[in-house]
Design a protein around this ligand. Structure first.
Ligand code: HEM
Ligand code: HEM
Length: 289
């Protein structure tokens, strides 16, 4: 779905947005306001109103996105239009203001709008890149498929440990119970493995990122093991190695997903700030201009 946002229906919204930009430029060129072009001329008001309506419409996308039953166009089409009309907006606003941008409350609206648009561009990058990276990393499996594989490895480890002395059972159980990946958004973004484990005869739990501590302990046991237990320990080590690989995959999956989520935490609040700045702009213009 995501790669086709920009190419949606032969780029019809790109052409529509370009046509709108071109018409605005033409109007600006033909218009003779008898004063320096600015937001207060007839054309200034027209383009300002157009820009404000476009902003309301772009914001509406957040609501449209969540109306799964709506038949008013596909989400893909909406997003394609959202991107292209969003990019046309700065040109229309600059024409509205007659290119007069100073340090004032009006320019604040323009500045916040630019931030929304820049964050939007980054969002498109994420939406194009991340799904591909996600599926590459998952290698054909789904998130729940990866978690099922993890469950499976844990179950097999417990079964192997059943045949070993009690300390191995506790060791395996503790490693499973204290596996911790991506509990907070921050951890997901940083792909932090906060797993811990209680090693036999140790006073406290130790950090166990990538099952490192567990594998080290097993390697130590392996060197001292007799012919009966050695193969079982080797089996446990192999399972932990698979688990490590899987945890890396899951960690990266969570990280990519978190990247997509956090991006919206920027784009959406900036949109709220833009609406406020816009109201401030319009109110001051009507009160003081
Ligand atoms: C209903 C919509 C709008 C109306 C009625 C409106 C009205 C005006 C008016 C009368 C001016 C001239 C003020 C002056 O020269 O002191 C102006 C300037 C300006 N407007 Fe708007 N505007 C609207 C929408 C927008 C939007 C959506 C933006 C950008 C997000 C925007 C950004 C600006 C900027 C940057 C200026 C130039 C301020 C300056 O002279 O330094 N306006 N607007
Ligand atoms: C002033 C202009 C803009 C406003 C007010 C705006 C506002 C919004 C809002 C409210 C959402 C919905 C987010 C949600 O609730 O989940 C959204 C989504 C999005 N916007 Fe914008 N946006 C603007 C410009 C842009 C631009 C220029 C781009 C790209 C170049 C862009 C790219 C996106 C993308 C990729 C999404 C995500 C769609 C999804 O999650 O499915 N936006 N925008």
């Amino acid at each position: 779905m995501h790669t086709s946002i920009l190419a949606f229906r032969k780029r019809r919204y790109l052409w529509a947005a370009l046509a709108l930009t071109f018409l605005s430029l033409l109007a600006y060129w033909l218009h003779d306001p008898q004063e320096p072009p600015n937001g207060g001329t007839v054309l200034g008001y027209t383009l300002g109103t157009l820009a404000a309506l476009m902003i309301v419409w772009l914001t509406w996308f957040g609501i449209r996105k969540r109306r799964y039953k709506s038949r008013a166009g596909t989400l893909q089409g909406w997003l394609s239009a959202h991107v292209y009309f969003g990019l046309a907006l700065p040109v229309i606003v600059l024409l509205h203001a007659g290119f007069q941008v100073g340090w004032n409350v009006h320019t604040l609206a323009f500045a916040v709008m630019s931030l929304v648009i820049i964050s939007g561009l980054y969002g498109v990058y994420i939406y194009m890149k991340y799904p591909e990276k996600l599926s590459e990393n998952r290698d054909g499996a789904s998130r729940s498929g990866l978690l099922d594989q993890l469950d499976d490895i844990d179950r097999r480890s417990r079964r192997v440990a059943e045949k070993l002395p009690a300390e191995y059972r506790e060791f395996v159980l503790s490693g499973i119970q204290r596996t911790e990946l991506g509990s907070t958004l921050w951890q997901r973004l940083r792909n932090e493995d906060r797993s811990r484990i209680q090693l036999p005869h140790a006073a406290e739990t130790v950090l166990n990122p990538g099952q490192e501590a567990a594998m080290d302990w097993l390697a130590g046991q392996q060197s001292r093991a007799d012919a009966d237990t050695a193969p079982k320990i080797a089996e446990l080590s192999a399972l932990l190695r698979s688990k490590r690989q899987l945890l890396r995959q899951i960690g990266k999956d969570l990280k990519l997903q978190a990247g997509i989520e956090t991006w919206l935490y920027v784009h959406v609040p900036l949109t709220a700030a833009l609406l406020m700045a816009l109201v401030a702009h319009i109110v001051t213009v009507f009160l003081y201009w």
